[in-house]
Design a protein around this ligand. Structure first.
Ligand SMILES: Cc1cc2nc3c(=O)[nH]c(=O)nc-3n(C[C@H](O)[C@H](O)[C@H](O)COP(=O)(O)OP(=O)(O)OC[C@H]3O[C@@H](n4cnc5c(N)ncnc54)[C@H](O)[C@@H]3O)c2cc1C
Length: 309
């Protein structure tokens, strides 16, 4: 029986693991991958303590620190498929390989995944001309015309990533003003190969077999349907929290983010805490995930060892 099982090994989970080890808690961390979402980022410039670090190097640093802390069990490469509450109040955690683990408390740090467009045939094109990770796949579109869907920070960053490769980049945004960082907006607006389209709602992806040949959008101001001749569609329209495993126990908001008390990171159900991108916290950043997860593990420690529950 563990005191706490941390599910998810991104910046939040790893930080919680390091603190659990320092507190000498009987703890385990289970993650399909010790790294987190920003592992694909070529340059992270806001990780406090480093003006510039790649996502890969950051992931390595986090893992090295976690392993050096010792004292907690690390199950890397294991994906949690089910969490069940037992009559005793403890949780039974099952992973894909079939192993089970028992724990008094849970800290959910499972992060989030990309939101899909919802167009017909989206799955057919996925991984070919339809891309959800620009940083990963931008080089494959050298000399091609592409469209980035989404006018938030991720959409803007995608355009910047594509500037070194694609010959023409459309940025298709549903709204009438871009939402991202002003410096990046300026860079995009002034670039000769970028065209920003406002009030455009994606309707369909065109193509033969798995190859993309265009994107149809509706101009929301006129109702007219227009086609962009592109070979690549980069989807950057937001994230969905990976909260399914505890949805039965913990309250979530309209997009499935686990609702937590921001003072403690405690969820609505007894003995469940959550931190990082899986929660209803307002901001999704590496540093924030780390701080929230530390808050959570300290609160779990207080509940179990200080208050002696
Ligand atoms: C391309 C990109 C660039 C970014 N750049 C920056 C940046 O420059 N600066 C910044 O501050 N933030 C950046 N972010 C945001 C930042 O990556 C996130 O805020 C941060 O990773 C959230 O950390 P987390 O630990 O909550 O979740 P995640 O990083 O999502 O980690 C969750 C982990 O849990 C694992 N997991 C999920 N479900 C299960 C399960 N059922 N069983 C086992 N394991 C599971 C996942 O595989 C993953 O390893 C970027 C994000 C992206 C996508």
């Amino acid at each position: 029986m563990y005191d706490v099982i941390i599910i998810g090994g991104g910046p939040a989970g790893v930080s919680a693991g390091i603190y659990a080890a320092r507190k000498k808690m009987k703890a385990a961390i289970i993650s399909d991958q010790l790294s987190g979402q920003s592992v694909v980022s070529v340059d992270i410039q806001n990780w406090v303590g480093s003006p510039s670090i790649s996502g890969f190097d950051l992931a390595q640093l986090l893992e090295t620190h976690l392993r050096a802390s010792g004292g907690i069990d690390i199950f890397d490469g294991e994906y949690v498929t089910e969490v069940k509450k037992q009559d005793s109040g403890a949780f039974l955690v099952t992973v894909k390989s079939g192993k089970t683990f028992e724990t008094k408390t849970l800290l959910i740090t499972t992060g989030s995944r990309r939101r899909k467009l919802g167009t017909p045939d989206e799955d057919r094109f996925e991984g070919h001309g339809l891309v959800y990770c620009t940083i990963c796949d931008a080089p494959l579109f050298k000399g091609k015309d592409v469209v980035v869907v989404g006018g938030g920070n991720s959409g803007l960053e995608s355009v910047v990533d594509l500037m070194s490769y694609a010959s023409k980049i459309y940025l298709l945004h549903r709204g009438s003003v871009l939402k991202g960082d002003p410096t990046t907006q300026e860079k995009i607006m002034n670039h000769p190969n970028v065209k920003v389209i406002f009030n455009g709602e994606t309707k369909e992806i065109l193509g033969e077999g798995k190859s993309v040949s265009g994107l149809v959008y509706e101009d929301k101001t006129t109702g007219e349907r227009k086609t962009l001749a592109v070979e690549g569609v980069f989807v950057e329209i937001g994230v969905l929290p990976n909260s399914e495993i505890v949805k039965e126990f913990a309250n979530t908001n309209e997009i499935g983010s686990i609702i937590v008390d921001p003072r403690t990171q405690k969820a609505s159900a007894p003995n469940i805490w959550a931190a990082g991108d899986v929660t209803d916290g307002l901001y999704r950043q590496n540093n924030i995930s780390v701080g929230d997860a530390i808050k959570a593990i300290l609160n779990i420690y207080d509940e179990l060892y200080v208050k002696g529950k």
